[in-house]
Design a protein around this ligand. Sequence first.
Ligand code: FES
Ligand SMILES: [Fe+2]
Length: 349
Amino acid sequence: MFVRNAWYVAAWGTELDDGLVARRICDEAIVLFRTNGRAWAIEDRCCHRAAPLRLGQVIPTGVQCGYHGLVFDGSGRCVMIPGQDTIPDNVRVRSYPVVEQDQMIWIWMGEAEVADANLIPRFPYHDDAKNWPHKRKLLQVKAHYMLIVDNLMDFTHLAYVHQKNFGGDPEGHVVAPIQVVDRTLRGVRFTRWINDRPPPPTILNAVPFKGNIDRWQDVEFIAPAAIVQKSGSVDAGTGGRDADCSQGGFQARLFHGITPETENSSLYFWSIGNGHRTDDPSATETLFQEIAGAFEEDRVILEAEQASLSESGEGGLINVKSDRTRLIARHVVDLMLQAESGERKLAIA
Ligand code: FES
Ligand SMILES: [Fe+2]
């Protein structure tokens, strides 16, 4: 079951530069494309003989089916039937509201009349290459999308899953962090401080800190499936989060777009904006490679968790203190699901 009245990342904007992109989102087959500078999404099933439109091609007027050549525009309307002059009104496929913003293609999977572009999570750093040069990746994870949200809502896993890159140090990550949690209108936000601890390998590779650091992570979950993360580190005792990072600290901006593909698989769109040595592309590349390695570690454990849950279900599982933020995130998503199913007349706006 998925929240449908919501915006999900369907593609990076640049993916549409090369023609059709086929995706499965909320278990619906979709093709995305761009014509006349505008992005569109329609169902990946021709209304003639059900051939997948992904086997067709983008032409200036829309997508041409690869079987008998019918053409559908971005609204899903058929605009050309080879060998036939008239086109009945009912010759169409479903279209989805789409917005291209912050270099991402956002899709609304629910009722088109309530799609409000103002609800799309923002990540302005993608358009600020001078201050935040970034790299991005799409990872397929064979796990329910809420398992990825869980993972990002509980950073105590850094101590154990990410020992070789930006984690390790259970004392710092699990015992010592100071964490403040705020429920927001559309999700939950938390900030963690890990003060006066040794830098993990990834941060040390980026900035040659001489001793301990003060480190912080601001994380905002915007339900159902986007997370904006701001992370930074400075020499311990030099001002913490308010310190001037241009004087040698480490800063990063991460976007996590977690799009349900099927019940047991997800499309994980992530990007890392680099805030140190911003004029040196190798600094961004190194950070990207470190993070990519870490998220691969997440993928391995998430897929193993999903396999275990698929086999044995949720029965007997317990919650511990560090589950607090992920439980709030799950509660917000549950409210959205209830609102959609009519169990609860509540609009999460
Ligand atoms: S199936 Fe698409 S044109 Fe025939
Ligand atoms: Fe992780």
